[in-house]
Design a protein around this ligand. Structure first.
Ligand SMILES: [Zn+2]
Length: 286
């Protein structure tokens, strides 16, 4: 398989959960050797992903407050660069982040492949939610902002997804992307045991430079970058760590996780997370 960013050849680096992780010989982007089926997204993001623990969430709906705050933090951050307008939140889940943006002045629509999550957002938060993935999204509307918080690594067809995103972003509009940094010291230290190497829900591992090079092909250039101040609740941390530790040399620590209270709010050390804000150059609807 060739690199989805620069189309150079790639070689296999290591195997994780029966999937080969490949690295591009030119730009070093890492991705899974997999040809996702048309149903990939709907299969991965079934209700189980949001409630079943493992690589997903043990209780996604229990994260409401934290995600709302996360959305509000991004809303405040964006005020440094633009005034609030219309936005599309891709992979919106139940819409908690979107609600946080809304409270910061943005008018949003959420796009979410999981039907139960999307309907939760409609029914309980009064949000405009569409069920589906970005790869198949079409709209006559153009947005001032497309947010992809923790979603870009999951696209089954990343080129098609970004093509659609570019199409629905107005000239001088923005993309806000949060993802995991393959080149962070945490990722380097943990190597193959880095928790983000969890195919097939995660399909890509970016560096900030790789992401810049990718979005430049759609006419977007960097405005700003940073590390998000993220918080997780105890239940999520336990579920996530318990699952990741199974396959790690630290598996003996698993039992100790039980002492973390479910509702405890834990600041996540975001050394391996980054956000980037990009802006669309006018007349580059490629
Ligand atoms: Zn490449």
């Amino acid at each position: 398989m060739n690199c989805p960013i620069c189309n150079s050849p790639a070689h296999r680096v290591f195997q994780k959960y029966e999937y080969w992780i490949c690295e591009c010989v030119a730009c070093h982007h890492r991705f899974v050797e997999i040809t996702p089926s048309a149903e990939h997204t709907s299969q991965i993001y079934q209700d189980e992903y949001f409630t079943g623990g493992a690589a997903g969430y043990s209780d996604y709906l229990g994260e409401e407050k934290l995600l709302l705050e996360h959305g509000k933090r991004y809303g405040a951050l964006l005020k440094k660069y633009t005034i609030p307008g219309t936005m599309l939140d891709v992979g919106a889940a139940a819409g908690f982040l979107l609600k946080g943006f809304q409270e910061s002045g943005w008018q949003g629509m959420g796009l979410e492949p999981n039907a139960s999550m999307a309907s939760h957002g409609r029914a309980h938060l009064g949000l405009q939610m569409e069920t589906g993935g970005l790869e198949n999204f079409s709209s006559t509307q153009q947005f001032d902002l497309v947010s992809m918080i923790q979603v870009i690594a999951h696209f089954s067809d990343i080129r098609q997804a970004l093509q659609k995103a570019a199409y629905v972003t107005r000239d001088n509009g923005f993309w806000l992307i949060e993802s995991w940094n393959r080149e962070s010291w945490v990722a380097r230290l943990l190597g193959q045991n880095w928790h983000e190497y969890s195919p097939p829900s995660v399909l890509h591992w970016f560096s900030p430079l790789g992401l810049s090079n990718l979005v430049a092909q759609y006419g977007f250039s960097e405005v700003a970058r940073g590390r998000p101040a993220k918080r997780l609740n105890g239940a999520h941390v336990k579920s996530l760590l318990g699952y990741k530790l199974q396959s790690s040399p630290l598996s003996s620590l698993q039992g100790g996780l039980r002492i973390i209270p479910d509702k405890m709010v834990i600041p996540y050390p975001t050394f391996d997370l980054f956000w980037m804000l990009f802006q669309k150059k006018p007349h580059s609807n490629s």
